[in-house]
Design a protein around this ligand. Structure first.
Ligand code: FAD
Length: 482
């Protein structure tokens, strides 16, 4: 039973961010620690509603009121148990999730929602710091083998579920290190990679085998993969970037966001001494208003860019929930990532029409103001403008998975959107081959990747052994509620 007046006694508070001048000098996480007392007060704001919509907002179906109450009571270990009942990696989502649960919190109808994301991180970190990442290897081995291709959150969640069910799991990753976009896409100032490494140590201790520098379909033949494993999970992400096909795209200094972010992250981890694409002293223009663009924004500021401008084709959203997205849906509203308070400028409602350059290198771009419409953009007359730029980063999203090599070799069917097709059990049209995460869903979020990894693991376990006991958060009945 929650504190019936907690939400009246305490107003919403979240951790302060480190001062901008300090955080621009390093790559450490932006948020400052939050005290145990403050966390417990925030947990007391949860009303333990009769119909907790937060469950429904979260793709994982996290048991939010239950762990909020345990956190209020200071029972951190019990809270962590309830949290891990539905989420393999709450320390990732506690840091990185845009928190659709908070958008559907009942308290949010008339007040500010419960700080659910903060509490998720506090519970996960507190438990981990007191030794809570104890490996839980399976008691009995099934003798069945599963290959997971791709080590992002979808592949890792599935690998952990399947290893705990007793299967021998091997994760193949073409990069030098495990983690997918959480390793080389998302910068350290959003999540310290030590957080990822701690969890990987748990998976390894539970028997998950990792093979890096191995691109399946190139370094390992598809036939050998098929012959070596009883089931295969494709968790290869949606890595094909959307292009901007305008005049001057060929000029030097125009790069895809991921080319830039991977190099920056490798410099931070010490694998690369200098990034060939570096923003230091440059006028940087980022085309694309989403998460990837914001990550380029914070990275360029830390590298010492002369200026940073982020262009968004959409109109500036309202400061508060737009009426077109009423509670409990995920709101259309202005989102400020921490990077946006660190300097630079955001420009909304503009479309880039061409690049110009000198000696083969970009020097600027032309843009027009106007209105975004489905599938296009209507420019306002006479709004042509020029922006100087010597580094342009394209952060326009991703169209789907790469098909050459692995997917062609397996012969899996694609959907009209170019994603890997699958049934309710996450199995593709090739028996024994399953798919989870962005490769099947399209570019999405870590919380969805974890949920898909858990559901695909249940599908694989059911395929390998009758009557799977593994939880399936995205079972068709659960999806129907969303
Ligand atoms: C820059 C950026 C920032 C983001 N920030 C956030 C955020 O703050 N919060 C959030 O919730 N979401 C964020 N996202 C989205 C989120 O990262 C993705 O939705 C999520 O990582 C998808 O997980 P996944 O496991 O499906 O694939 P991925 O994380 O993309 O992992 C796929 C892995 O498969 C590997 N691979 C591919 N093909 C092969 C092959 N043939 N053989 C071996 N390995 C292969 C790739 O190298 C990669 O490591 C962000 C995305 C980007 C690009």
């Amino acid at each position: 039973m929650a504190d019936p007046s907690g939400f009246l006694k305490h107003s919403r508070r979240t951790p302060a961010r480190r001062p901008v001048p300090l955080r621009l000098r390093d790559w450490r996480e932006v948020y400052q620690p939050f005290s145990e007392k403050d966390s417990r007060d925030q947990a007391a704001r949860c009303m333990d509603c009769g119909v907790p919509f937060c469950h429904n907002g979260c793709p994982l179906g996290n048991l939010i009121p239950e762990w909020n109450e345990l956190a209020r009571l200071g029972r951190w270990e019990d809270a962590a148990d309830r949290l891990h009942a539905t989420n393999n990696f709450p320390e990732f989502t506690g840091r990185l999730c845009p928190a659709p649960c908070e958008a559907s919190c009942v308290l949010g109808i008339g007040d500010e929602p419960v700080a659910i994301k903060l509490l998720e991180q506090q519970i996960a970190d507190t438990a981990i710091e007191s030794g809570g990442l104890t490996p839980r290897p399976a008691a009995v081995a099934t003798g069945r083998t599963v290959a997971v291709v791709g080590s992002g959150p979808a592949g890792l969640a599935a690998a952990q579920q399947l290893a705990r069910a007793g299967h021998a799991v091997t994760v193949f990753e073409r990069d030098g290190r495990v983690g997918g976009l959480m390793r080389y896409g998302i910068p350290e100032f959003k999540m310290d990679s030590a957080v990822l490494d701690r969890r990987l140590a748990q998976l390894a201790a539970e028997g998950v085998r990792f093979i890096t520098h191995c691109e399946v379909g190139v370094d390992l033949a598809v036939e050998d993969l098929r012959a070596g494993f009883d089931a295969i999970l494709l968790a290869t992400g949606a890595t094909v970037a959307r292009e901007l096909d305008v005049e001057g795209r060929h000029l030097g200094g125009i790069h895809l966001a991921m080319e830039y972010l991977v190099q920056a992250n490798k410099v931070v981890e010490g694998a690369l001494e200098r990034a060939p694409i570096d923003a230091a002293g440059k006028h940087v223009v980022i085309i694309g208003g989403g998460d990837t663009g914001a990550d380029c924004y914070g990275t360029a500021l830390r590298q010492g860019a002369a200026s940073v401008t982020q262009l968004d084709i959409h109109a500036r959203p309202p400061e508060t929930r737009d009426p077109s997205t009423p509670w409990p849906t995920y709101p259309l509203m202005l989102r400020m990532s921490a990077a946006h308070e660190e300097g630079g400028e955001r420009v909304f409602g503009v479309n880039s029409t061409s690049f110009e350059g000198a000696d083969g290198a970009v020097t600027g771009l032309h843009l027009v103001s106007g209105t975004r419409i489905p599938g296009g953009f209507v420019p306002d007359e006479g709004t042509d403008a020029h922006l100087p730029a010597d580094l342009v980063l394209l952060a326009l999203g991703f169209t789907g998975p790469e098909t050459t090599g692995l997917l062609d070799g397996l012969g899996v069917g694609l959907t009209k959107r170019g994603l890997i097709g699958r049934g309710d059990d996450y199995q593709t049209d090739v028996p024994g081959v399953f798919v989870a995460g962005d490769a099947g869903r399209g570019q999405s979020l870590i919380v969805w990747a974890i949920a898909e990894g858990r559901s695909a693991a249940a599908g694989i376990d059911g395929y390998l052994s009758e009557g799977s006991q593994l939880p399936n958060p995205l079972a068709p009945t659960a999806v129907a509620l969303r």
